[in-house]
Design a protein around this ligand. Structure first.
Ligand code: NAD
Length: 340
C-alpha cells in the first residue's frame, strides 16, 4: 500500500520540491492538497491527478478526517501556522509531517507533540538531511570514530535574502525569528549529528549591518557550544551571507561537507584525501519514504517531534544569550534523543 499525502500550503517548497518528489516515492504519493488560493486548485488537480474530494482550503480543512485516501498531512506553511495545522491534522486522525522550524516556540512544540500522542498518530519534522547519504556518512564517521573523537565542530548556514523586505520570513509575527530559525536550525543540526551529542551550553552574538532591511528579525548570528565530551563548536547563520558548510576537526584528522545542507548533490572531503561521494537522489523523496516506512513497517522515525523541540530549546537559549549580552546559557537535555 502507498500512503496518501496531503500538502498544506502550496508555496515554493511544495511546488518545486515536495510535489515533484512525491511522483517518485515508493511508499507514498500526493493524494490531496490544502490551499488558501482558489486558482491553484485546478492547476494542481490536473497536474497531479488529484480528485476533487481531496482538495481543501484552510477553513474546511478539518473535514479531512473523513477522507480515507489521506494518511499523512504535510504542513508546509509559514512558521506561525505550523502548530495550528499540525494539531488540527492530528485531531483529524492523520499522521503529521511539520516543516522546520517546528513552531514559533517550545510551548507550541509541546502542544504539537501532545496532540499527536493523544491522537495516536506519528509526527515527523521536515529535516530532510537525515535521509540523505552524505549526512548519514557523517553520522557513521562519528559513531565509528573514523577520525577519533571530535575536538571542534563548525557549521555555517545562510543565504543573501535579496531585496524584498515584505517576505514573510522577515516578518516576526509569521516567522518567529530571522536567520536563526530559518537557516540556523540546519547549523544546529549539523553540530549535533556531527558530534553525536546534544550541547551542554551555548553563548551567542548578533550582528546587524542592514537594520532598515531586517527590521524585526535577526540578520546574522554566531553562537558557541560546549559538549560533554569536551568538544566545542561554533555556528554562523545569516540572511545576509551565503554559507553552507560543516567542518569537524578530530583527534586523527578532519571531515567536511561543503555544501552541507542544500538540496544536493552535497560534497564532502576528508583529511585522508578521500572525496565523499554518493549518487544523487531527491532528498525529499528519501525523507518522505522514510516517514512512510515508519508508519507502514515500524521503521525508525529519523526525525521525531522531540528533535524539532530540542532545536527550538536551543534557538530560545541563543536568543536569551543575545538578550543577556552573550551570557552563556546552560542546556540540559534528557533523554538524549535526536541523533545516532
Ligand atoms: P512560501 O512563501 O514559498 O510558501 C508559503 C505558502 O503559505 C504559500 O502557498 C502561501 O500562499 C501560504 N500562506 C498562507 N498564509 C500565508 C501568510 N499569512 N503569509 C504568507 N504565505 C502564506 O514558503 P516556503 O518556502 O514554501 O516555506 C514554507 C515552509 O516550509 C516554511 O516553514 C519553511 O521553513 C519550510 N521550508 C523547508 C525547506 C526544507 O528544506 N525543509 C525548504 C523550504 C521551506
Amino acid at each position: 500500500k502507498k500512503l496518501g499525502v496531503a500538502l498544506v500550503g502550496l508555496g515554493s517548497y511544495s511546488t518545486y520540491q515536495l510535489a515533484p518528489a512525491l511522483l517518485d516515492t515508493a511508499h507514498c504519493y500526493l493524494a490531496g492538497i490544502v490551499t488558501g488560493t482558489k486558482e491553484k486548485e485546478e492547476v494542481w488537480a490536473n497536474k497531479y491527478n488529484i480528485s476533487q474530494d481531496s482538495i481543501y482550503n484552510y477553513d474546511d480543512f478539518d473535514s479531512i478526517k473523513d477522507n480515507p485516501h489521506i494518511d499523512i498531512v504535510y504542513v508546509v506553511l509559514p512558521n506561525s501556522m505550523h502548530a495550528d495545522f499540525s494539531i488540527r491534522a492530528a485531531r483529524a486522525g492523520k499522521h503529521v509531517i511539520c516543516e522546520k522550524p517546528m513552531a514559533m516556540n517550545v510551548e507550541e512544540c509541546d502542544a504539537i507533540i501532545t496532540a499527536c500522542k493523544k491522537a495516536n498518530v506519528k509526527l515527523g519534522i521536515g529535516y530532510r538531511l537525515h535521509s540523505e547519504p552524505y549526512t548519514q556518512q557523517v553520522k557513521r564517521f562519528v559513531k565509528e570514530k573514523t577520525f577519533g573523537n571530535i575536538r571542534y565542530i563548525s557549521a555555517d548556514a545562510g543565504y543573501y535574502s535579496g531585496s524584498n523586505p515584505n517576505q514573510w520570513r522577515l516578518d516576526k509575527s509569521l516567522s518567529g525569528g530571522g536567520a536563526l530559525v530559518n537557516m540556523g536550525v540546519y547549523a544546529i543540526q549539523s553540530l549535533i549529528y556531527g558530534t553525536g551529542e546534544n550541547p551542554i551550553s551555548v553563548a551567542a552574538q548578533e550582528f546587524s549591518t542592514r537594520p532598515k532591511y531586517f527590521k524585526g528579525t535577526d540578520e546574522t548570528i554566531t553562537a558557541q557550544f560546549e559538549f560533554k565530551s569536551g568538544a566545542v563548536g561554533n555556528i554562523m547563520t545569516s540572511h545576509n551571507a551565503n554559507a553552507n558548510r560543516l567542518y569537524a576537526s578530530c583527534e586523527k584528522g578532519w571531515f567536511e561537507l561543503n555544501p552541507a545542507n542544500n538540496y544536493g548533490p552535497l560534497q564532502g572531503t576528508t583529511s585522508k584525501g578521500d572525496k565523499i561521494s554518493f549518487p544523487h537522489e531527491s532528498q525529499q523523496k528519501l525523507q518522505m519514504d522514510d516517514f512512510a516506512k515508519h508508519i507502514l513497517f515500524d521503521a525508525p522515525n529519523l526525525v521525531p517531534g522531540e528533535m524539532g523541540k530540542r532545536d527550538m530549546i536551543i534557538v530560545e537559549a541563543i536568543y536569551k544569550s543575545i538578550a543577556e549580552d552573550g551570557k552563556k546559557q546552560v542546556l540540559d537535555f534528557e533523554p538524549r534523543y535526536g541523533f545516532g
